[in-house]
Design a protein around this ligand. Structure first.
Ligand SMILES: Cc1cc2nc3c(=O)[nH]c(=O)nc-3n(C[C@H](O)[C@H](O)[C@H](O)COP(=O)(O)OP(=O)(O)OC[C@H]3O[C@@H](n4cnc5c(N)ncnc54)[C@H](O)[C@@H]3O)c2cc1C
Length: 549
């Protein structure tokens, strides 16, 4: 019997969208839709503004790659609305300009939303140099609205314009303020300094040091570099451009000649219905809610961790566009220890219920640590897992969180707060691609193409979400691995020239992989399609499709 292939719509044709296209094309009719006609390697975009010729090495037009090389369908257009009841998408094709505006409605069996995000929460439309302005509603409000960045030529022109602006500022030996010393701010400050040494650079952050949550060793390394090249750093300082005291504090009493804001991300999921978008999150919310299987959900109700599945469970949100975490942050559980006098018989069912809530077999020290449970003693001091392990089992405190107040005991919280199901994942490409793999597997499982699994498989916090390469101009960089959701975690394992070389190799081979090049695919295929998983939080034998099966 001939099996009709089902149709998959992928929204976005960058890291995660192209990954989904490559993985699913064997078993599905795949269509990728993107607002812009080209791919650009976002992590390398900073270099283009100071060395415009670099753009050619990290961009390519999507149509020949997607249609001719990958053999799937490409639509150059913007998804304006996703309809979860009818499984359709309204797409504004590029040829449909204002005069004869037409919108096509495309139906699908599965949809993978890989539409990324914007990068400047201070701009009402999230506009920044790092991401082209491609959405129809935003273009009239754009600071560079005279250029159409949906075309590769438009993007090239914008890069050239900015380059000339920077060159003009350098010719006047201007002062530049970089607001935000995360990895983008540090990279941008050091690129500007390297290519335009006449600029007088200042970088600030409200945190006590650069590189946000990354380990001290990496922050110190970057700080040392910046200090050696004369970039002034100011920390524990809020960016308040309208406050003269702020400018005095950064030793620029007359204000900087130009400021680049390099702080945070902003959601751009305009095409999704309100009911699926978060009210909270970076840049004021608007991120797509999802569950452990990466299916789009409605907003969780009340104290629920996960919302009801949306779009018949057939729409998946992957990479930068999603909420990035599942569940709620851990909240302190107010437990007064040693006051409880339940007998062992009374405790057992409560502990079992707690274990059930946490989806674990048995509650022990490791699980308490992993689940992020915070237990406080009478004085309000949080107890560490070590403290907890010293408590005699007949006084084990967690039972107290689950039931009503004891007649002679203190009031107890009604609901046990266990914390994240999956803590926030950084918005970088590795975890996005890992999620793309997990979502593709679940699409295949739903479509019953994979014999070994009958139930969808949950995603996890991948170890590669802790890998960060921060460049410091073209000849220096530092590379961190094994960072996790805990601040300052991870280790710096490569730096200086070898670090810069590593970053360059990653860039060249990733662009090649996205172009469907054989070298890039050979290098990167097994990074995500790993046959076994020795690090991180996933299962040791992941659902990897390592050999395409
Ligand atoms: C300056 C900078 C440096 C970075 N450096 C690193 C780094 O060193 N390492 C790293 O891992 N990550 C880095 N990142 C992050 C990384 O670039 C992103 O995590 C990654 O690009 C996300 O991939 P994605 O496929 O989810 O989305 P994106 O790459 O954002 O792609 C989304 C695509 O969807 C399209 N789209 C959006 N809306 C619609 C719509 N309505 N209809 C149709 N198409 C739509 C867009 O045009 C776009 O092509 C950096 C980011 C920036 C800004």
């Amino acid at each position: 019997m001939v099996h009709e292939k089902n149709r998959v719509l992928v929204i976005g044709g960058q890291f995660t969208g192209l990954f989904c296209g490559r993985d699913l094309k064997k078993h599905f009719h795949v269509t990728i839709v993107d607002c812009k006609e080209f791919f650009e390697y976002t992590p390398g975009i900073l270099r283009c503004y100071v060395k415009p010729a670099h753009f050619d090495s990290l961009s390519f037009t999507l149509q020949p790659v997607i249609e001719r090389s990958m053999g799937i369908k490409f639509i150059w257009g913007e998804v304006l609305k996703l309809d979860g009841d009818n499984l359709t998408a309204d797409v504004l094709p590029i040829y449909s300009q204002n005069a004869q505006r037409t919108v096509d409605t495309i139906s699908f069996d599965y949809c993978l939303i890989c539409s990324g995000c914007n990068f400047n929460p201070f701009s009402p439309i999230g506009e920044s140099l790092w991401f082209p302005t491609v959405h129809e509603a935003n273009r009239p409000k754009s600071e560079w609205g005279h250029i159409d960045e949906r075309f590769i030529e438009g993007r090239r022109r914008h890069i050239l314009e900015e380059y000339h602006k920077i060159a003009g500022l350098a010719a006047k030996k201007s002062t530049i303020m970089i607001a935000g010393a995360g990895f983008i701010g540090v990279e941008w400050a050091t690129e500007l300094e390297y290519y335009f040494p006449d600029l007088k650079m200042t970088i600030i952050d409200f945190l006590p040091r650069c590189l946000g949550p990354l380990p001290d060793s990496a922050a110190e390394y970057c700080s040392e570099y910046m200090s050696a090249v004369g970039i002034k750093e100011f920390y524990k300082l809020k960016y308040e451009p309208k406050n003269p005291d702020f400018w005095k504090a950064v030793e620029l009493p007359g204000e900087a000649d130009f400021t680049y804001v390099c702080m945070g991300v902003k959601a751009s999921n305009y095409f999704m219905p309100e009911e699926t978008l978060s009210l909270k999150g970076p840049g004021g919310g608007g991120w797509i809610h999802f569950n452990q299987f990466l299916q789009v959900t409605k907003k969780p109700e009340g104290a629920d961790d996960v919302g009801e599945v949306w779009g018949k469970g057939k729409c998946f949100a992957v990479g930068d566009c999603n909420y990035g975490c599942i569940g709620n942050p851990p909240k302190p559980v107010n437990v007064e220890l040693f006051k409880y006098t339940e007998s062992e018989n009374q405790q057992k069912p409560l502990l079992n219920k707690l274990a059930e809530t946490l989806s674990v077999q048995k509650l022990d020290k490791a699980e308490i640590e992993w689940q992020g449970l915070i237990v406080k003693d009478k004085s309000g001091k949080p107890l560490s897992a070590d403290d907890l392990s010293k408590i005699p089992s007949d006084a084990f405190p967690v039972s107290a969180c689950l039931n009503a107040p004891l007649a002679d005991g203190p009031p107890r919280p009604a609901k046990f707060e266990a914390g994240w199901i999956m803590p926030p994942i950084p918005k970088i490409s590795y975890p996005g691609e890992e999620q793309a793999l997990h979502a593709c597997n679940n699409v295949e499982i739903m479509d019953k193409k994979r014999g070994c699994h009958t139930k969808m498989l949950p995603t996890w916090w991948p170890w590669g979400a802790g890998m960060f390469a921060t460049s410091l101009g073209p000849h220096d960089a530092c590379f961190v691995v094994a960072a996790n959701d805990q601040p300052k975690s991870g280790s710096m394992v490569n730096w200086w020239l070898p670090g810069a070389l590593q970053k360059e190799i990653i860039e060249t081979t990733k662009v090649n992989e996205c172009k469907n090049g054989i070298v890039g695919i050979c290098i990167w295929h097994f990074v995500h399609h790993t046959p076994i998983n020795l690090f991180g939080r996933g299962p040791w034998k992941p659902h990897s499709k390592a050999f395409g099966i």
